[in-house]
Design a protein around this ligand. Structure first.
Ligand SMILES: C[S@@+](CC[C@H](N)C(=O)[O-])C[C@H]1O[C@@H](n2cnc3c(N)ncnc32)[C@H](O)[C@@H]1O
Length: 237
């Protein structure tokens, strides 16, 4: 029986290929196979595009299909099938990496694979390699601190519960709204109502074609927000 291969979840950063860690590059240059995810969004092909340049030549790539559905059963079936495909490679003694955009543990499909892999192949060593998140790069591009002194920071999804969104907005000193395309109109309206539009920055397509980084939330601008868009809100003066 070959020794089971190692598995790595690798965050490749949010877009700029220079924003990948040295550790990620070392791993990508060393593994036997690389998994990418495929779905109807372009997030995964972007992770692949960033990661590709750091792979040793000739390394096999395998796509794992993740359906874009809210059907719980269909999702669980797909995750389990994908986890078993990964487990099969690891059992053959080969090491593998799974590429994710930004950080691998921040709103990432990798987080769903982890518990299933641990269950079906507990002997496999699994290493999560953090990546620079999109909101870290957003703060960097704005030269705006994410949190200072005793301030708090909430990171939320635009697709979340509206009540929870308002509560967190009221209670936090700073808020990052990822996946804002999901609840865009309601989010913009709520930020306006709470007098936070001028304290909001839109960061769309960071380091990608069509990039927009604008402080102050204008309705027309919000309408131009793409899948790769997030908002940074601060109550700091
Ligand atoms: C499923 S989440 C993935 C987050 C990612 N794991 C991270 O650490 O940033 C996708 C969301 O991340 C944000 N995002 C990722 N890359 C981005 C970029 N280059 N520019 C702006 N927002 C980005 C957007 O809010 C997008 O809807």
């Amino acid at each position: 029986m070959p020794k089971v291969g190692a598995f790595y979840g690798v965050g490749v950063g949010p877009g700029d290929p220079d924003l990948i860690t040295v550790k990620a590059v070392k791993i990508l240059n060393q593994v036997d196979l690389v998994f990418t995810a495929s779905s109807s969004t372009n997030e995964y092909s972007l992770a692949r595009q960033i990661g590709l340049r750091y792979l040793k030549s000739g390394i096999p790539l395998q796509n794992l299909p993740f359906p874009m559905t809210e059907d719980d059963q269909a999702l669980k079936t797909a995750w389990r099938k994908n986890a078993s495909d990964i487990a099969e490679i690891l059992r053959s003694g080969r090491s593998a990496a799974f590429l994710t955009l930004g950080d691998c543990l921040t709103y990432s499909t990798y987080a769903y694979l982890l518990p299933i892999l641990t269950e079906i192949i507990p002997e496999a060593p699994i290493t999560s390699v953090p990546g620079i998140t999109s909101y870290q790069q957003a703060a960097a591009r704005l030269n705006r601190p994410l949190v200072m002194t005793k301030e708090s920071l909430s990171i939320i999804s635009g697709g979340g519960d509206e009540g929870q969104f308002e509560t967190l907005l009221d209670q936090s000193d700073n808020v990052v709204i990822m996946k804002m395309y999901r609840g865009r109109d309601k989010i913009v309206e709520t930020l306006r109502q709470k007098g936070l539009a001028s304290k909001t920055a839109l960061c769309a397509q960071l380091d990608l074609p069509g990039e927009k980084i604008v402080e102050g939330l204008d309705q027309n601008l919000a309408e131009a927000a793409t899948y790769f868009s997030l908002l940074l809100v601060t109550k700091r003066n």
